[in-house]
Design a protein around this ligand. Sequence first.
Ligand code: GLN
Length: 359
Amino acid sequence: MERLLILEDGSVYKGTAFGSDNFQIGELVFNTSMTGYQEILTDNSYCGQIVLMTYPLIGNYGVNRDDNESIIPAVFGFVVKDYCDEPNNWRSQETLDAYLKRVDIPGIYGVDTRAITRKLREKGTMRATLAAPDADVEEIVHTLKETDFLHDQVKRVSSSKIFPIPNRGKKVVLMDFGAKMGIVRELSKRNCDLIVVPYNTPADVIMGFHPDGVVLSNGPGNPEDVPEAIETVRQLIPQTVVFGICLGHQLISLACGAKTYKLKFGHRGANHPVVDLKSGTVLITSQNHGFAVDIDSLKNTRLEMTYQALNDKSCEGVQHKDYPCFSMQFHPEASAGPLDSENLFDHFMDVLEKENHYA
Ligand SMILES: NC(=O)CC[C@H](N)C(=O)O
């Protein structure tokens, strides 16, 4: 069955339908990863976005039970060049089409993903929607132009309750802004006794758990859309170890007085080079972000830049000059992607050890 991808600039791409027909207006973004479509689909930082994969062959290893980054995926749509409906992998449990139907996410294949990516690179990300072949295109383009980006994605994907993931090691509170399971996996692997808390949990409730440290997770949307979390982070920084990943990094920066801005087409892929400014080492990193911390705005803060993107020289990490607080814009948990920066979790454990003498 035919399906349309309609962009706010009026361009229409005709392709073939797969997945469900739950059409929603989202921000069309592209991801350059060559593998990991399951992890990408289930990364809740994509809530409110339609993801286009630049790698052409998608679906060939199916969907398995182990590679999910969330239980309930929140992406609004999936755009691919060639869809493979006959997966061949020993871990595969179902086809991508069956999975997308089950979790109610619409997809389209057979469109010129290279042309669309070039357009997004040139004009920046755009509002878009998938639609039925007989849809009123003019009306939809009009609606796309009128529609604001979402502002409540963190609330949609954050846990609504406080819950523990017990262990016998360091006590760590994970603020869940739509946390990838990879972050939980890395912390649990290091025996962290986790307490997962919703995005709007106040600092005194968090400190009431007497944590050795707090991890701020990744999450969807504009970091300025969660002012309550920025205030919480501001209060936490002088009191405990704070480690931020992606949205968590942006929240630390905002809490310390820096600014964030929207990138033209973002960084999404598993092949983003980043330089560690202290050692000069280059790491190939997994990334998914549309916003970045303004480097100039760091000058008026107690933060210093620790990592920088080599493609566009944007900020990829900061560290506090007075408190044990540090963060990165990329994903040390990879999931999917290269493990070059995995040792940042070991660094976090070292800092917890150093800062918590009684433990
Ligand atoms: N993966 C993330 O945490 C992304 C952070 C933020 N939503 C951005 O797009 O920049």
